[in-house]
Each structure stands twice: as structure tokens, then as C-alpha cells.
Design a protein around this ligand. Structure first.
Ligand code: NAD
Length: 283
């Protein structure tokens, strides 16, 4: 039976560390500030934004929500971002995605000042991650790495397989594993022999967006299996990309859904906001 890596526990430890550092910053007159922009009324986005605000309160940050109506124009949104770029009390800016279709997500991401881009989506931050000289790491892959480290799992020299090649999860995930000297394979929708490749992985990260996609026959005995997926199963219950019930019996370590990578993403956002506050204030 696999050991479960609890995102609840690891994220609590990250947030405790952030809270402590936040106290030290406050003693120097700096309160880390995060601005969260939400456009429209997507229920999933609303839940994510509420969780982010709650986490800010937990660690002692100042947070401000900007809830804009779905019919907001691009110029209105961009001018808000520009305004926030200039504010001294705001150190991190994030715009909850997805945006309504008439708004260009790329333009918004490009307008956020890179030094306040706590999601690490701006091309300048993405480029810095590529060369290993980064301010921020994208929250979800960083959270996965934190979970691996929390168990003292060595990445160096291991066969690492990432299923998924999105800009926010799959690609940066592969890069972070590479930075830790893993031998990394990225699989995607056009990959042939997926099962064969996955079953050689010592560390397997699933970021596909398909419920219970990774089954036990795709997993090597004793592998470390990290499940990024957030899906609903046939009964409407929250589940990951990994068939937890069968894979748990074969893997060495596994992350659950819920209570796995999800809470880590928010904890790493807190970490990034703290980093931004320190860099911007020189504290
Ligand atoms: P995405 O849709 O952008 O990317 C999915 C990837 O899966 C693609 O690169 C695609 O090539 C690959 N894929 C699709 N079908 C495949 C197949 N049959 N075989 C192999 N690969 C296949 O999704 P994303 O934004 O990367 O998110 C992935 C999942 O992670 C989703 O369930 C999402 O909700 C979840 N997610 C969770 C968090 C978190 O905090 N836990 C954060 C971001 C995303």
C-alpha cells in the first residue's frame, strides 16, 4: 500500500513558514499584499478566489478582491492591472483564469508587472524558469515539488514522466524535475505507447484533466504518483487523474484528490506573494 502524501499537512507547513516570515516583514513595516481579480461569475473560479483570500488571512497578508462583471471590456481590465502594478501596498497580482471569451488572457498576463506576477505566467518569468534563474515558480508544479521534498524523495537520476504539456502545469513541471536532475519524459495526447512509458516512471505526475485516467497497469511497483487532476467522476464526486483505489495498492507514494496538490497550489501562491513583497521592498 502506498504512503499517502497529504497536501493538507504539507501545505499547512508551508503556510506556517510563510506566516512566520510575514510576521518578520510586518515588524519592518511591510504587509504583503495580494490583489485577486475575478471577472464574471464562474462558480469554480469563485471557489478558488475565496480559498486564496482565506489563505491570505491565515498567513497575515493583506488581500484585495476585484470582482468585475462578465461584460468588463479589455481596456477596463488592463487599466485595473496597470493601476495595481503601480500600487506600493500590492506586491502580488493574479487574475483568475479562465476569463470570459471576449477577453484576451495573454494580453492580461503580459500586462501584469513581472515582479508582481505571483502565478509566474508572464513570459519573462517563464523564461527565467527555463534557465533556472527565477523569482517565482508556478504554484502547482512548485507544490508538487514541495510534496516530493517533504518525503525526502530523491529526484536526481530518476525516471520522471509528466502526463500533460500545458503551460501552467505540464511544461513547468517537467522543467522543475529537470532542475532536480531527473530524467524527464513529457507525454501528451499524441504520445504513443503511453502505458509503456508511464510504467517505467519512478516519479509519475498526472496533469491530464481526465478522471481516473492513470490505472494500476500504467504504474511501476513502488513509484511516486502525483495527481494534479481535479475532475468529477460519474457520480459527480471530486476525483483526480489517477485511479486512486487501484494505484494506491501498487505505488510507493501517492497524493489524494481532494487534499493533495490542490491545497499546495494555494500555499505556493502565498510563498510567491511573500517573495514578491521581499523583492519589491528590499526587506
Ligand atoms: P490542459 O487541458 O491544459 O492540459 C491537459 C494535457 O493533457 C494536455 O497537454 C494534453 O496533451 C494531455 N492529454 C489529454 N489527453 C491525453 C491522453 N489521452 N493521453 C495523454 N495526454 C493527454 O489541462 P491543465 O491546465 O494542465 O490541467 C490538468 C488537470 O490539472 C486538470 O484536471 C486541472 O483541473 C488540474 N489542475 C489542478 C491544479 C491544482 O491546483 N491541483 C492546478 C491546475 C490544473
Amino acid at each position: 500500500m502506498a504512503k499517502i502524501i497529504s497536501g493538507k499537512e504539507v501545505s499547512a507547513a508551508v503556510k506556517a513558514r510563510v506566516r512566520e516570515e510575514c510576521e518578520q516583514l510586518k515588524a519592518q513595516g511591510v504587509v504583503p499584499g495580494l490583489a485577486v481579480i475575478i471577472v464574471g461569475d464562474d462558480p469554480a473560479s469563485r471557489v478558488y478566489v475565496n480559498n486564496k483570500k482565506k489563505a491570505c488571512a491565515e498567513v497575515g497578508f493583506h488581500s484585495e478582491e476585484f470582482a468585475l462583471p462578465a461584460e468588463t471590456t479589455e481596456e477596463e481590465l488592463l487599466s485595473l492591472v496597470r493601476e495595481l502594478n503601480e500600487r506600493k501596498d500590492i506586491h502580488g497580482i493574479l487574475c483568475q483564469l479562465p476569463l470570459p471569451k471576449h477577453l484576451d488572457e495573454k494580453k492580461v498576463i503580459h500586462t501584469i508587472a513581472p515582479e508582481k506576477d505571483v502565478d509566474a505566467f508572464h513570459p519573462s518569468n517563464v523564461g527565467q524558469i527555463m534557465i533556472g534563474e527565477y523569482r517565482f515558480l508556478p504554484c502547482t508544479p512548485a507544490g508538487v515539488m514541495e510534496m516530493i521534498k517533504s518525503e525526502g524523495i530523491e529526484v536526481s537520476g530518476k525516471n520522471c514522466v509528466v502526463i500533460g504539456r500545458s503551460n501552467i502545469v505540464g511544461k513547468p513541471m517537467a522543467m522543475l524535475l529537470l532542475h532536480e536532475n531527473g530524467t524527464v519524459t513529457i507525454c501528451h495526447s499524441r504520445t504513443k505507447n503511453l502505458k509503456e512509458i508511464c510504467s517505467q516512471a519512478d516519479i509519475l505526475v498526472a496533469a491530464v484533466g481526465k478522471p481516473k485516467f492513470v490505472t494500476a497497469d500504467m504504474v511501476k511497483e513502488g513509484a511516486v504518483v502525483l495527481d494534479v487532476g481535479i475532475n468529477r467522476d460519474e457520480n459527480g464526486k471530486l476525483c483526480g487523474d489517477v485511479d486512486f483505489a487501484s494505484v494506491e495498492k501498487k505505488a510507493g507514494y501517492i497524493t489524494p484528490v481532494p487534499g493533495g496538490v490542490g491545497p499546495m497550489t494555494i500555499a505556493m501562491l502565498m510563498q510567491n506573494t511573500l517573495t514578491a513583497a521581499k523583492l519589491l521592498t528590499g526587506c
